[in-house]
Design a protein around this ligand. Structure first.
Ligand code: NAD
Ligand code: UFG
Length: 337
């Protein structure tokens, strides 16, 4: 079995990917410092798959500890790099924290991979690296530009990896630009578990549904969209995880991948009210909302072209918005039970 190292593999997207990596017949090794995840995730992965993955509680920014992982596992085939901080607002207040964690983690991984002759890398990038565009859907070759420190860490990482790959042609890297991952594993055992009051739409809705929060504030209903509320490309996290396995298969199968970039989205945009209405339809009428002011920095519409990932990876998201809303709520209920 080929060994796959997942840095940040205990987090929301990482843990779902660990499950799909196991389902696809690979052997995952998780490295995570638990700065934004809990050790119980390992038990949940074991319950779901029957396999308890090898786990190292290690900070990827600590080179000595990271090297020990490679020393003990000299035959790692591919590294998937999820480890990083991701809260846009916090990145504005504490930019150095973001630059340090999100960049040093990559430097360390590249350095240790070179030392141990591992030359296949998948990076968690984001739709946030695209410059504001009037044209939708966003294609991989559209202009790039970031508007906050978090986004810049993603953009810098992409550029660093591009330079590094040019200088080292035998290095193979796939940049995956995620759109808006929501939903949870069907077991309800793993899902998105943010600290404090959620910033993102679906975790907020889920906490309104359980009564933890009073109502949803819909940030603006005067955008140039079908109902005036913001439109995004929501993708089920299990589909997203399967997208990683497709990228993994390509790196394992092909000799000279070089650098490739793929959007992981569905290609469909849904508005905030679409999400609220679907959530209420599948889970009972639990979510009240009020129209509030626009959130600074938000754009009206953002959705992906998913064509390239389909053509080159054979990836197509299959899960519906109903499934996204149902599984998100199931996870939230279990967590609060
Ligand atoms: P998450 O916070 O749930 O997972 C990240 C994991 O990395 C956590 O378990 C955390 O403990 C770990 N981590 C952070 N810094 C680390 C370090 N220095 N060493 C070891 N472990 C460390 O986030 P997520 O939603 O699963 O996102 C995963 C990746 O995808 C991130 O890089 C994020 O920026 C990117 N991304 C996420 C979204 C989204 O909407 N969730 C969208 C686009 C891109
Ligand atoms: N929204 C509300 N009320 C809320 C939260 C969100 O109305 O309480 C609206 C937003 O205005 C937006 C939509 O719901 O129209 C989605 O907002 P999210 O915060 O869930 O997601 P964003 O599209 O703003 O951003 C997310 C991540 C970014 C990432 C981007 C693209 O937070 O880090 O997706 O991947 F870059």
């Amino acid at each position: 079995m080929k060994k796959i190292l997942l840095a940040g593999g205990m987090g929301y997207i990482g843990s779902h990917t660990v499950i799909e990596v196991i389902n696809a017949g690979y052997e995952p090794i998780i490295v995570d410092n638990l700065s934004n995840s809990k050790i119980e995730v390992l038990d949940s992965i074991e319950k779901i798959t029957g396999t308890r993955p090898l786990f190292y509680e290690v900070d990827v920014c600590n080179m000595k500890d990271l090297e020990k992982v490679f020393e003990e596992n000299r035959d790692i085939e591919v590294v998937i790099h999820f480890a990083g901080f991701k809260a846009v607002g916090e990145s504005v207040l504490e930019p150095l924290k973001y630059y340090e964690n999100n960049l040093i983690s990559t430097f360390n991984l590249l350095e240790v991979m070179q030392k141990y002759h591992c030359n296949k890398f998948i990076f968690s990038s984001s739709a946030t690296v695209y410059a504001v565009s009037k044209v939708m859907p966003l294609c991989e070759n559209f202009p790039l530009g970031a508007s906050n420190p978090y986004g810049r860490t993603k953009l810098f990482n992409e550029q660093i990896l591009e330079d590094y790959q040019k200088a080292n042609p035998s290095f193979n890297v796939i940049l995956l630009r995620y759109f808006n991952p929501i939903g949870a594993h069907e077991s309800g055992l793993i899902g998105e578990d943010p600290n404090g009051i959620p910033n993102n739409l679906m975790p907020y809705i889920c906490q309104v549904a359980t009564g933890k929060l009073d109502h949803l504030n819909v940030f603006g209903n005067d955008y140039d969209t079908k109902d005036g509320t913001g439109v995004r490309d929501y993708i089920h996290v299990v589909d997203l995880a399967i997208g990683h396995v497709k990228a993994l298969d390509k790196l394992v199968r092909e000799e000279n991948v070089g650098l490739k970039v793929y959007n992981l989205g569905t290609g469909t945009g849904y508005s905030v009210l679409d999400i609220v209405n679907t959530f209420n339809k599948v889970n009972g009428n639990l979510v009240n909302y009020q129209i509030a002011k626009r959130r600074p920095g938000d754009i009206a519409t953002c959705y992906a072209s998913s064509q390239k990932a389909y053509d080159e990876l054979g990836f197509k998201a299959t899960k519906t918005l109903e499934e996204m809303c149902k599984s998100s709520y199931e996870f939230q209920k279990r967590k609060e039970a």
